[in-house]
Design a protein around this ligand. Structure first.
Ligand SMILES: *Cc1c(COP(=O)(O)O)cnc(C)c1O
Length: 362
């Protein structure tokens, strides 16, 4: 695969600018609460690029969205929280894994807006480590004043949220339920907006981005990017690195949500199945379970670039980026952007994972 495999369909400069303006207008039509520090920076990773060889690597700093240590859920919550307010909600309910970054950003957003927040945490890893169960994102959920309760691994979390919503309604509350990861067409608008933001930054810097790589989980991030890039007629090669589901399921989820998101923008037909690519070879034993490649990748970037990636998502995404680069997948590409989706708060839930002296598991 190389850049020349998908030639010439991208619009010219004038046309591209017109498409960006049109997409900005469509996004502006949706209710939105400003929560993030946007645009997030787009920075070169030159020591990392020199280390790896091949293309020049850049990092899109969505770890710097500003809300409670940042991350990708903040962009989604700008649209989700606006919808909650429009519906007159006074309470937010959401769910995630124990060390959910989504739960933490939702708790912070609810605090900022003045809504109550209930979080259900699914124990997907079975870890009894008190750091995992109480530190990192869980500490921050509680600090933001959310009501946190645990559910066993494999629980039907959608049903659990609905049952909680029902019991809160019976007490007179007006709950608004946000799906895991904030991944529905409303939340994914946040990543349509990110695609636009990145296109605007690249145009202003005269930078031609060949590929965009990121960790994909509940699929809203990639779905929004797919829809946004399709609306722009962009030929950027987008690749999600899976952290949970196998490839076919992951791509199916992303495609379905990208279509539904694009439909809200009036460009459903622009989303093509072949533009949805996920590589799910870097999950390891399962969601949230460390892999040697993730450990190596997190340490490498911490030491080469001063950047903090996380054990569950961005570290596995980076592992994929590094390995695929070594395998020549990006040969012929000049500029590859890694979207840093955040998650560093989870590092404190996994202190023994990085083989550092004195942090052995208890
Ligand atoms: C949630 C999350 C992702 C995955 O985003 P989805 O929209 O759920 O696919 C990636 N990285 C981090 C740090 C996250 O918290």
């Amino acid at each position: 695969m190389s850049r020349t495999d998908h030639p010439g369909a991208a619009p010219g400069q004038g046309e591209a600018a017109a498409r960006r303006a049109a997409l900005a207008e469509r996004i502006a039509a949706f209710p939105r609460v400003r929560l993030g520090h946007l645009p997030t920076p787009l920075e070169p990773m030159d020591r990392f690029s020199a280390h790896l060889g091949g293309p020049r690597f850049w990092v899109k700093r969505d770890d710097c969205t500003g809300l409670s240590s940042g991350g990708n859920k903040t962009r989604k919550l700008e649209f989700l929280m606006a919808e909650a307010l429009d519906q007159g909600a006074d309470t937010i309910i959401t769910q995630g894994a124990t060390q959910s970054n989504h739960a933490r950003q939702t708790a912070a957003a609810a605090a900022r807006i003045g809504l109550a927040c209930h979080i259900l945490l699914e124990d997907r890893t079975g870890s009894n480590d008190p750091q995992y169960r109480l530190n990192g994102n869980v500490l921050l959920d509680r600090l933001h004043g959310a009501t946190v309760s645990a559910r066993p691994g494999g629980a039907d979390m959608v049903a659990e949220m609905e049952a909680l919503a029902e019991s809160l309604r019976a007490k007179g509350a007006k709950p608004y339920v946000i799906p895991g990861g904030g991944s529905n067409p409303t939340g994914a608008l946040g990543y349509v907006n990110c695609a636009l933001e990145l296109a605007e930054q690249a145009a202003a810097m005269d930078l031609e981005i060949d590929a965009l790589v990121h960790a994909t989980g509940s699929s809203g991030t990639q779905a929004g990017l797919v829809a946004g890039l399709a609306a722009l007629g962009s030929d950027i090669h987008l690749l999600g690195i899976g952290v949970r589901a196998p490839q076919e399921r992951q791509e199916g989820m992303v495609f379905d949500l990208a279509r539904r998101t694009a439909a809200r923008l009036g460009c459903e037909e622009a989303v093509r199945r072949e533009d949805v690519r996920a590589n799910c070879d870097y999950v390891g034993a399962g969601y949230g379970l460390p892999t040697p490649g993730m450990v190596e990748a997190v340490k490498l970037l911490a030491r080469l670039e001063g950047l903090l990636f996380d054990p569950v998502y961005s570290g596995k995404g980076l592992d994929g980026l590094i390995d695929l680069t070594r395998k020549g997948v990006f040969d012929g590409f000049r500029n590859v952007v890694f979207l840093h989706t955040g998650g560093s708060a989870a590092l404190f839930g996994y202190p023994e994972t990085f083989d550092l002296p004195g942090y052995a598991a208890a």
